[in-house]
Every structure is written in structure tokens, then in C-alpha cells.
Design a protein around this ligand. Structure first.
Ligand SMILES: Nc1nc2c(ncn2[C@@H]2O[C@H](COP(=O)(O)OP(=O)(O)OP(=O)(O)O)[C@@H](O)[C@H]2O)c(=O)[nH]1
Ligand SMILES: [Mg+2]
Length: 240
């Protein structure tokens, strides 16, 4: 059997690996397109929230549900390797949430979302949020059919992440710099992280947030409401 070349390029003592998962991603993208089509037919805004583990995704979604839950019909799908904990937290915040337990897989795939959608009543739903598995690497490669990908980068993670994990920032529309209440205690430059992220993706929108400190949450909710409104308008226009 021909030996497979695993690496092609050496740069400063490191190796770069070939992408050996291309066929898997093609299958994923096929299902993602089906999700996108169904969401478009039902005028549902689909948001994919990604970040490293513990950057504050669930905390933000709990607060989001408390703030806009009475104005927007929203549901949440949340992925984790084990446990129902995040879904429990979200349900405590008053939002209908369904946990996808991946059983060790480090990201959500479109097929998992598609299956979970069968257990969700999407009638009348305007906003479906997916909280992805906490991981800045693998979820970047899996399109879930979302309208927007939103990535949190917490001040506790260090400001070098956009250049180290560029694909996530390249494929996102929005970066939320989270836990800014801790800035005074940490060697973290918001200016540097934004500059690096925009170097990777010049179109990236940025909001600085602290869910615990109530910073930027209004701006985040306003952005979400604006996107929901766009879907409502599209729905009205389609029925005229
Ligand atoms: N200081 C501070 N801590 C926060 C903030 N938001 C969340 N946290 C804390 O960060 C920790 C992780 O928050 P989660 O919301 O569970 O993070 P997550 O991204 O959902 O975590 P995974 O689902 O495990 O990836 C918890 O202890 C939160 O209380 C914030 O704005 N400021
Ligand atoms: Mg979480």
C-alpha cells in the first residue's frame, strides 16, 4: 500500500498535517444544507455559539433567555460530551432546551442537529440557538446550517487565540470578548485580540461582554433582536 504523506510543510520546526477528513465534511455539509433549507422555509434564525470550554456560553444564553424570552419564541440545542447540565441550567432560565450528548465527540455535526430537530417542536419558533461543544478547534470545521456563527473568547483564555485557532474566527460573523469584568486582573489586551481576529477575518463584528458584570448584554440582545426582526420581515413579505 502506498504510504500516505501526513505532512507537507515544515515551518519553523513544526509540521502541518493534511486534511484527512474532507469526505466526512462533505457529508456534513450536505445535511447542513438541508437544515439551512428547513430553517429558511420556517423563517427561523439559527445561531451557532462556539468557544473554548468555559468561556461563558451557557451563562450568556441563560441571561439572553431571561431578557428576550418574552419577546422572541426561542429554543436552544446544547451539545456536550456528557451530562444534561447545560440544558438543565437553560431550562431553569425559562427556555425550552434540548441536550445533545455526543458521547465523547468534541463537536456537533449537522447530522446530530438534524436528529435533535425531530425531537423539537419548531412550530412558531423564531430563534433556534445551538450551544456547541466547548472547543475552539473541531466545531470550526462543521457547518450546522446556521445563519450566523458567534464565537466567545474569554479574557481568561489569553489574547493570542485568534491567530492560534484562526479557522474559528475566520468562519464566525461575530466575536464576543467575554468576562471583561476580569480585565483589571489579567494580562489581556482587547485591542490586540480584536486586531488579530480582524487580521484573520476583517468582517468580524465584535462586542465586549460580561454577563456577570452586565456589560454589553444589551448590545448583544439588540443584535439578536435585529436579526430576528429581519426574519420576521422576510416572512411577512413572503406571505404578501
Ligand atoms: N467573571 C465572569 N465569569 C463568568 C462570566 N460568564 C460566565 N462566567 C463563569 O464562567 C464559568 C463557565 O461558564 P459557562 O457559562 O458554564 O461556560 P460555557 O462556555 O457554557 O462552558 P462549557 O459549556 O463547558 O464549554 C462559570 O463559572 C461562570 O460563572 C462573566 O461574564 N464573568
Ligand atoms: Mg455550556
Amino acid at each position: 500500500m502506498e504510504k500516505v504523506q501526513k505532512s507537507t510543510k515544515a515551518a519553523r520546526g513544526t509540521v502541518t498535517c493534511d486534511n484527512t477528513t474532507m469526505h466526512l465534511l462533505k457529508a456534513n455539509d450536505f445535511v447542513a444544507e438541508s437544515i439551512r433549507k428547513q430553517m429558511a422555509e420556517q423563517n427561523i434564525l439559527l445561531i451557532n455559539i462556539t468557544s473554548s470550554a468555559g468561556s461563558g456560553k451557557t451563562t450568556l444564553l441563560q441571561e439572553t433567555a431571561r431578557r428576550i424570552g418574552d419577546r422572541v419564541n426561542m429554543k436552544i440545542l446544547v451539545g456536550d460530551l456528557e451530562t444534561e447540565r447545560d440544558a438543565d441550567r437553560l431550562r431553569d432560565a425559562g427556555v425550552d432546551a434540548l441536550q445533545i450528548v455526543t458521547g465523547g465527540i468534541c463537536h456537533l455535526e449537522a447530522q446530530m442537529v438534524w436528529q435533535a430537530m425531530e425531537s423539537l417542536d419548531l412550530e412558531g419558533v423564531e430563534l433556534l440557538v445551538i450551544e456547541n461543544v466547548g472547543n475552539l478547534v473541531c466545531p470550526a470545521s462543521f457547518d450546522l446550517g446556521e445563519d450566523y456563527r458567534v464565537t466567545l473568547i474569554a479574557t481568561t483564555e489569553g489574547d493570542d487565540k485568534p491567530k492560534k485557532y484562526p479557522r474559528m474566527f475566520l468562519t464566525s460573523e461575530m466575536m464576543l470578548v467575554s468576562k471583561v469584568d476580569l480585565l483589571e486582573h489579567l494580562p489581556f489586551s482587547v485591542e490586540a485580540v480584536v486586531a488579530d481576529a480582524r487580521d484573520v477575518n476583517p468582517n468580524l463584528k465584535v462586542i465586549e461582554i460580561s454577563t456577570i458584570g452586565n456589560i454589553g448584554i444589551d448590545a448583544w440582545c439588540d443584535w439578536l433582536l435585529e436579526k430576528v426582526q429581519e426574519k420576521r420581515t422576510a416572512k411577512q413579505e413572503a406571505t404578501v
